[in-house]
Design a protein around this ligand. Structure first.
Ligand SMILES: Nc1ncnc2c1ncn2[C@@H]1O[C@H](COP(=O)(O)OP(=O)(O)OP(=O)(O)O)[C@@H](O)[C@H]1O
Length: 311
């Protein structure tokens, strides 16, 4: 590993410098620099094979980087003190391996022993993920969502300070997803740092503080959803409902005000307008007064930005 050492700024939970992982000619992770403050919910997104799980495994000390250095919870990953520091980490892998013959509670006891965390907290953890009623049932009888909840419960054992969650909502129903994010927010309030991957971008959009878009092992964009919107410069989509006889006047006013010609739709007009011209849209429509029947503004979604950046 190269000798560059990340600066351990106070309040930084994770720090990566020049991190690379090569599998032969394949550069799975290709020079990642990243700082994640303590208590942040951080999203990591990217296409299949972008390098997300590989990056996770390196941060957890399960894979050795080809080069670069990583600090997690103030400790160099792979260094002498990392074994002890690992107790402060929780990990839900993409495909959690469970033993079908154990019941839910036995499963947590098994993981608690591996982690050296108290067995006494296992029942409460089952309750936290909504599995208290299923603690005595063998895992082979669990549904996909129940297995995923059990995987989440094992990640929470030992009250970790940093949580790595690889596609944690796979197989969860909408209520379970909502409950899951409520738990994450509670943990965040307690100062826990959470790194999460998901392919369901609409789900992450409102729930992460910042995120990184990984493309072929490189961070192509980093920031809050708001910052990524500024960075990508994708247009706002404005839909305006108007009577057919008012469309010509509105179309002309909007074209002059924004420099973009709206298109006609069944219910009026649609305009793809630069975000900085948003207020000009309102000003242009003001003379039409109540003849504007409805107006809808659509900010670019995380999915729009993802395709814009990773295409
Ligand atoms: N042990 C390994 N040996 C060889 N190649 C590997 C190994 N692990 C991962 N890779 C390759 O590294 C690249 C990144 O894989 P990784 O699992 O990190 O992607 P990912 O972003 O997590 O993808 P997904 O969204 O599908 O889970 C892929 O091309 C993968 O085939």
């Amino acid at each position: 590993m190269a000798s560059i050492s990340p600066a351990s700024k106070p309040g930084t939970a994770i720090s990566l410098r020049g991190v690379r992982k090569h599998f032969g000619a394949l550069h799975a992770v290709d020079g990642v620099d990243l700082d994640i403050p303590q208590g942040e919910i951080f999203g990591l997104i990217g296409h299949n094979g972008a390098g997300k799980s590989t990056l996770f495994k390196m941060m957890l000390g399960l894979l050795t980087p080809t080069s670069g250095s990583i600090l997690v919870a103030g400790t160099p990953v792979g260094g002498r003190n990392f074994r002890a520091a690992r107790r402060q980490l929780g990990y839900l892998p993409e495909n959690v391996v469970l033993y079908d013959n154990l019941d839910g509670l036995e499963t947590l006891h098994f993981f608690a022993r591996l982690k050296g965390s108290p067995l006494a907290e296992c029942s409460a953890m089952l309750d936290k993920v909504g599995l208290a009623h299923a603690g005595k049932r063998p895992v082979r009888e669990y549904s996909k969502g129940m297995r995923q909840r059990l995987g989440f419960a094992q990640a929470l054992l030992g009250r970790p300070r940093v949580l790595f969650l690889d596609e944690p909502t796979n197989g969860l129903d909408p209520q379970a997803i909502r409950d899951f994010y409520t738990t994450l927010r509670d943990l965040q309030q307690q100062g826990v740092t959470i790194i999460i991957t998901s392919h369901i971008l609409a789900e992450l959009q409102e729930r992460v503080d910042r995120l990184a878009i990984l493309v072929s092992g490189k961070v192509e964009a980093l920031g809050s959803v708001h910052e990524l919107r500024e960075h990508t410069g994708l247009p706002l989509v404005v839909e305006i409902d108007l009577a057919p006889e008012d469309c010509h006047e509105a179309l002309h006013a909007l074209h002059v005000a924004t420099g973009v010609k709206p298109s006609q739709t069944a219910s009026g007009l649609q305009l793809q307008c630069p975000r900085e011209r948003k207020m000009a849209v309102f000003a242009a429509l003001a003379p039409l007064g109540t003849r504007v029947q409805d107006l809808r503004l659509h900010e670019p979604s995380l999915e729009d930005m993802f395709f814009g950046i990773s295409a």
